[in-house]
Design a protein around this ligand. Structure first.
Ligand SMILES: O=c1nc[nH]c2c1ncn2[C@H]1C[C@H](O)[C@@H](COP(=O)(O)OP(=O)(O)OP(=O)(O)O)O1
Ligand SMILES: [Mg+2]
Length: 221
């Protein structure tokens, strides 16, 4: 039996990556914009990635009555005291594109000093963070299941690569001489903050599927 899971995101790149991560689970996966014609009025005003992920998953689960998985993620730069953080998607301005955000990030880093030389040193240390929230609209306790993952690296002032999305071309992976945008989708899905969070989410989803099937068998018997 297949269960339906809605990906509570309007970001097509996340949909693609999450589909790859969910492969092998007995799920029919749909993206929120494909099942709801209008965007849900979710204000991403949480103080943490977890709060925002829970808001998005709850809204999608209640609007669709499907099992909903949401992702809230972003970039933390040590030299900027953890910014852009939860404001990553709107770092340049409220409706910013990825390239506007990347330019805003480099502008801020440049204001701190020469980015090319500083990229070699600790001040440009950064990490991607991801919170994933799963909400089952039929769960008795109504509690979301939440996991987190992070991926360490540093910011380079010279963008490289055409894969991925967001800040990927500026993010050099720790221990590798590659930006996240120079990885294939499969490679990114082995190292990213999203994949690390998902490694903790996969068993949670599996257990939920087993529990649902037991429930259904109970009703049928
Ligand atoms: O793997 C990633 N590679 C590069 N950049 C990334 C990644 N993961 C998140 N990011 C950046 C993009 C965006 O500036 C922000 C996410 O913002 P976030 O609100 O979670 O997503 P979003 O608004 O694009 O879609 P939605 O809220 O509908 O899920 O962090
Ligand atoms: Mg968002």
């Amino acid at each position: 039996m297949k269960h339906t899971l809605v990906l509570a995101t309007h970001n097509r790149n996340k949909v693609e990556e999450l589909r790859g991560l969910l492969a092998g689970l007995p799920l029919d996966i749909v993206a929120l914009p494909d099942v709801l014609p209008q965007a849900l009025p979710v204000v991403e005003d949480g103080r943490t990635f977890v709060e925002n992920a829970v808001k998005k998953a709850r809204a999608a689960a209640h609007a669709t009555m499907m099992l909903a998985l949401a992702d809230d993620s972003g970039l933390e730069v040590d030299a900027l005291d953890g910014r852009p953080g939860v404001y990553s998607a709107r770092f340049a301005h409220e409706r910013a594109t990825d390239s506007e955000n990347n330019a805003a990030l480099l502008d801020e880093l440049e204001a701190l000093g020469d980015p090319v030389s500083a990229a070699q040193n600790k001040s440009y240390v950064a990490r991607f963070r991801c919170a994933l929230a799963l909400v089952d609209p039929f769960a008795k306790d109504g509690e979301p299941k939440v996991v987190e993952g992070a991926c360490e690296g540093r910011i380079t002032s010279i963008p490289r690569g055409s894969g991925g999305f967001g800040y990927d071309p500026l993010f050099v992976l720790a221990g590798m001489d590659k930006t996240m945008a120079e990885l294939t989708e499969d490679e990114k899905n082995r190292v990213s903050h999203r994949s690390k969070a998902f490694a903790a989410m996969r068993p949670v989803i599996s257990e939920l599927i087993v529990a649902r099937e037991q429930q259904i068998r109970g009703i049928c018997e």
